[in-house]
Design a binder for this molecule. Structure first.
Ligand code: FUB
Length: 467
């Protein structure tokens, strides 16, 4: 990992609800290194967990989110952490999960001892876990700090390839079991033709990029995939002292690679690193990346974001800009089934947590906070009731439900009493105040009865409308 970096501090506009804001896609946690995986009708984003306020990437766990519509993201909590690998001691860095024959292989990297970072793999029968260390030891560990950021592609003939690297780029051919490999680890030659440039002389620790690299160069974060017979290798390159996203293509998964240019140039993202993944989902193409633009964030408080893009007719990728708006919705939420409170398009003044009883739920809810959920479908006749599962040790909280905006038509109000504890869940029910039909954005507004703004109000597990 490249340590360092002066990045211009930004004034970002996420201080209060913004009707159009959709990026970063998660506001309750800092979620760097997004690795998307499409499985059935959802896109899953496996991400890291930044703790802002530190001066390095002191990460200890990985987080998971998913969406069926690209605007509402369901929090699946922390399915994997360093403690799940007996050999890992620090640096839960960039990872990627892939599916093969109904099993899910989550390739991670983690520090193994004072001088080593290694690549490991966890396996599960479900994209959301539980995951466990598949082999009880690193899959790759050879005394190098370059063993980070694994990316795996399973080719049409069934051969799987794993690339990774920091400064140097490597690959191996994985065996069909996905948890072992055959043959040597190959270092990919880096030339101006293959990756846009070459790295200058390195510092002893391989931690410092040259101030003025020749053109682009491979830094880290490879992302290998195939589309319409072209193999793509996206990677974090270097531009003006901070990372950009660049790519090379090939006719084969093992190269030779031909540098194509940048996908996302160095922008005011408030983060030294960028790290991305590309997928097609429901007929559209998406670039996932990260920025430091979540309030309180920065180079060590990074958050996942996404943009929709279209390939050029020849398969090349256009330059993509960061946006606050993110992609358009490609689905809707059914208001008449149980919806998890942690399915969120945008949130403020709340967090998520999880336990063994109810799984993930919304917590740390404060007065003035809210959750926005987009594209909620009520059908042609209005519901009659609104129900929500809530818990509060102190009571005096109010949950107000609006459509279109906070202050728009008020659909329901729930007064939350003392339920007997912060985990003593009660399903509270109320009648609809204003009829609602069609597809709406729904806002859950958090309020308190005569309370100071800072007091925690209640925990929120799920909601449902009833006819
Ligand atoms: O998140 C820690 C490291 O920062 C990743 O492994 C790199 O790709 C960079 O994003």
């Amino acid at each position: 990992m490249i340590k360092h970096f002066v990045v211009t501090a930004l004034i970002c506009g996420y201080a209060s609800i913004e009707l159009l804001a959709q990026n970063p896609i998660v506001q309750t946690n800092y979620t760097p290194d997004p690795a998307p995986m499409v499985y059935k009708d959802r896109v899953y984003v496996y991400a890291g967990d930044d703790i802002p306020g530190f001066d390095f990437y002191y990460m200890t766990k990985w987080r998971l989110y998913s969406s069926a519509d690209m605007v509402n993201w369901t929090d699946h909590g922390v399915p994997l952490a360093l403690e799940d690998f007996s050999w890992a001691i620090d640096r839960a860095w960039a990872a990627q999960c892939v599916e093969r024959n109904g099993k899910f292989y989550w390739y991670i990297c983690a520090q193994t001892d004072k001088n080593n970072i290694g690549i490991g793999v966890a396996v599960s029968d479900s994209p959301t876990g539980p995951f466990k260390d598949a082999i009880g030891k690193p899959l790759v560990m050879n005394g190098s700090w370059a063993n980070i950021d694994p990316t795996v592609h399973i080719d049409d003939d069934g051969q799987a390839y794993m690339y990774w690297g920091n400064g140097s780029l490597f690959y191996v051919k994985l065996n069909a079991d996905m948890v072992s490999y055959s043959g040597d680890i190959i270092e990919v030659p880096q030339t101006v033709e293959s990756f846009g440039g070459v790295r200058g002389p390195r510092g002893e620790t391989n931690q410092t990029p040259p101030a003025e690299p020749k053109k682009d160069m491979f830094i880290e974060g490879p992302w290998l995939y195939k589309r319409n017979n072209i193999y793509y290798q996206m990677f974090a390159g270097m531009e003006k002292g901070t990372e950009c996203l660049s790519y090379s293509i090939s006719e084969s998964p093992i190269g030779p690679w031909k540098y194509q240019g940048r996908i996302m140039v160095n922008q005011p993202t408030n983060s030294f690193t960028n790290h991305g993944g590309i997928v097609d989902f429901k007929g559209n193409s998406y670039l996932f990346y990260h920025t430091g633009l979540l309030p309180g964030g920065g180079s060590y408080g990074r958050a996942s974001a996404v943009e929709e893009f279209k390939y050029n007719p020849d398969g090349t990728i256009p330059l993509i800009s960061i946006s606050k708006e993110g992609p358009k919705p490609v689905g809707k939420l059914n208001s008449y089934i149980r919806n998890e409170a942690e399915t969120i398009a945008w949130s403020e003044k709340c967090k998520t947590t999880q336990d063994e009883n109810v799984g993930v739920y919304v917590t740390s809810i404060r007065t003035g906070g809210s959750i926005k959920v987009r594209e909620v479908d009520f059908g042609s006749t209005s519901p009659k009731k609104f129900k929500a599962s809530l818990a509060s040790g102190l009571g005096a909280g109010i949950l107000e439900v609006y459509v279109d905006s906070i202050g728009g038509p008020k659909v329901a109000t729930l007064k939350v009493p003392r339920t007997g504890g912060w985990k003593a869940w009660q399903t509270l029910s109320t009648t609809i105040e204003t009829p609602v039909t069609g597809k709406k954005d729904v806002y859950f507004a958090f309020k308190g009865e005569n309370l100071t703004a800072g007091r925690e109000l209640y925990n929120f597990d799920y909601w449902i409308f009833e006819k």
